[in-house]
Design a protein around this ligand. Structure first.
Ligand SMILES: [Zn+2]
Length: 444
């Protein structure tokens, strides 16, 4: 009897141990990861992409952004003209016959794109999306372009200009980058005022607030699906919650002139920021934030850190507002992903997906997928770098990088025992398409 009990116990122990070993995650990758990767990549290539962030545009279109590149900025290695991947992109998309972008060669490419622009119509950009298996694409633009098919390209508009209604001499003087950015924000605000038929700033804060709310309502009617803050370029992403009376007094004081102090301007901005997210919530427009390191020599890493937004993202008053942290908070990607623990906070891999190479994007996506796979989206940040290397080539670079990186991340996780291959394909589909389609889908 005693023996039998021993035997049963030993049997149970062996059974438990074997069971645990099979289901236990493995920390080291083996040779078969490459095979899993190949199998997954084949299926991942077939997934139509929903691109959460792009600047689909011809390079000479002034409506491409409410910002401009600052003078003399330094570029990361992968985005320099010498990157052979851009040649690969041009060959894949246009059968580019050269192996570099020397001016005489680049002309071939520039002429082709100019001809597409002159031909008008939406077929050209639709064909770029088709070649890359991108189904839908958000386009961050000052206004939607006639050459972008509204069925494929959905408009995201900029709202930072509402933060700068006063004399901005002090703001523009902060550094040479701000000297470039601020006049463009003033121009944008003028454009919104013209759109709403306002010759001058409204008489009081209540008037200004309803002007701001009206622009959001009208732009949504024109087809906009989200609002975008590039605020990290101009100030800290930490927004206080000042009493409205303070903002009212500041508006009254500076509406017709005078340079506000740094504190006064920030207090006013913090109030208008809250009006904007309140209205976006009412209209069910997701709120996008530039949340990564930015271009220029004066971008403040500390001010742009997405953790600055924690008090807003975790505020129960904004539970119904959907927030999207564009560019994954790069390089604070691991801090950032914990902000998406809240069900109304999302992120995308735009920009960082072509700053780093796929081997590193794989590591970041692996962390994200392991934590909150329902909140992560693909974004290309397709943008024209110059007349030859345009949004077309950056669409290619970003989609190729993301498809291979997510396949590699998932292959490792499958090998490690996290889940099986069918689940891996499902997770890839959520990242590349479904999470975004769900977030914006209800408004189409
Ligand atoms: Zn962008």
């Amino acid at each position: 009897m005693k023996h039998l009990i021993h035997l049963i116990t030993a049997g149970l122990l062996i059974f438990c141990f074997a069971g645990r070993a099979a289901g236990q995650a493995r920390p080291l990758a083996g040779n078969d990861v490459a095979q899993i990767y190949e199998r997954l990549l084949k299926q991942i290539e077939q997934i139509p992409i929903y691109d959460n962030h792009s600047h689909a545009t011809f390079p000479d279109d002034p409506d491409m952004d409410a910002m401009a590149a600052p003078p003399d900025e330094s570029s990361v290695l992968r985005l320099r003209e010498t990157n052979p991947e851009f040649v690969a992109a041009a060959k894949a998309l246009f059968h580019y016959p050269y192996d570099d972008f020397q001016p005489a060669h680049a002309k071939w490419q520039i002429d082709k794109k100019k001809a597409a622009e002159q031909s008008g119509g939406t077929a050209y950009w639709d064909s770029i999306l088709d070649k890359l298996n991108i189904e839908t694409c958000l386009a961050n633009r000052v206004a939607l372009a006639p050459y972008l098919d509204p069925k494929r390209f959905h408009w995201v508009f900029f709202v930072d200009s509402f933060l700068f209604p006063f004399d901005n001499t002090g703001q523009a003087a902060k550094n040479p980058d701000m000297g470039v950015y601020i006049p463009l924000q003033e121009k944008m605000l003028q454009r919104y005022m013209k759109q709403e038929g306002a010759g001058a700033l409204p008489r009081d804060l209540a008037g200004y607030e309803s002007f701001v709310r009206q622009v959001l309502t009208d732009n949504q009617k024109k087809g906009a699906v989200a609002i975008k803050f590039e605020a990290a370029y101009f100030r800290s992403l930490y927004f206080t919650d000042p009493p409205r009376a303070q903002a009212q007094a500041i508006y009254a004081k500076y509406r017709s002139g005078g340079v506000p102090s740094e504190d006064e301007y920030r207090t006013f901005q913090d109030h208008i920021f809250r009006v904007l997210i309140d209205e976006a919530g009412k209209l069910h427009l997701p709120v996008h934030f530039h949340s990564a390191v930015g271009i220029g020599d004066y971008f403040s890493m500390r001010n742009g850190n997405p953790l600055n937004l924690e008090n807003v993202l975790r505020d129960p008053r904004y539970k119904h507002v959907n927030f999207v942290l564009i560019h994954g908070g790069y390089p604070y990607t691991l801090d950032m992903i914990w902000l998406t623990a809240a069900k109304n906070v999302y992120t995308d891999s735009s920009l960082m997906g072509y700053y780093v190479y796929p081997s590193e994007l794989k590591n970041i996506l692996k962390q994200w997928i392991s934590l909150f796979p329902e909140r992560i989206m693909f974004g290309s940040d397709a943008f024209p770098f110059n007349d030859a290397v345009g949004a077309e080539e950056t669409f290619w670079l970003a989609t190729r990088s993301a498809r291979t990186a997510v396949a590699a991340a998932l292959a490792e996780l499958v090998f490690e025992g996290a889940f099986d291959e069918p689940r891996a394909v499902e997770l890839a589909r959520m990242y590349l398409h479904d999470n975004a389609a769900k977030l914006y889908g209800d408004k189409k």
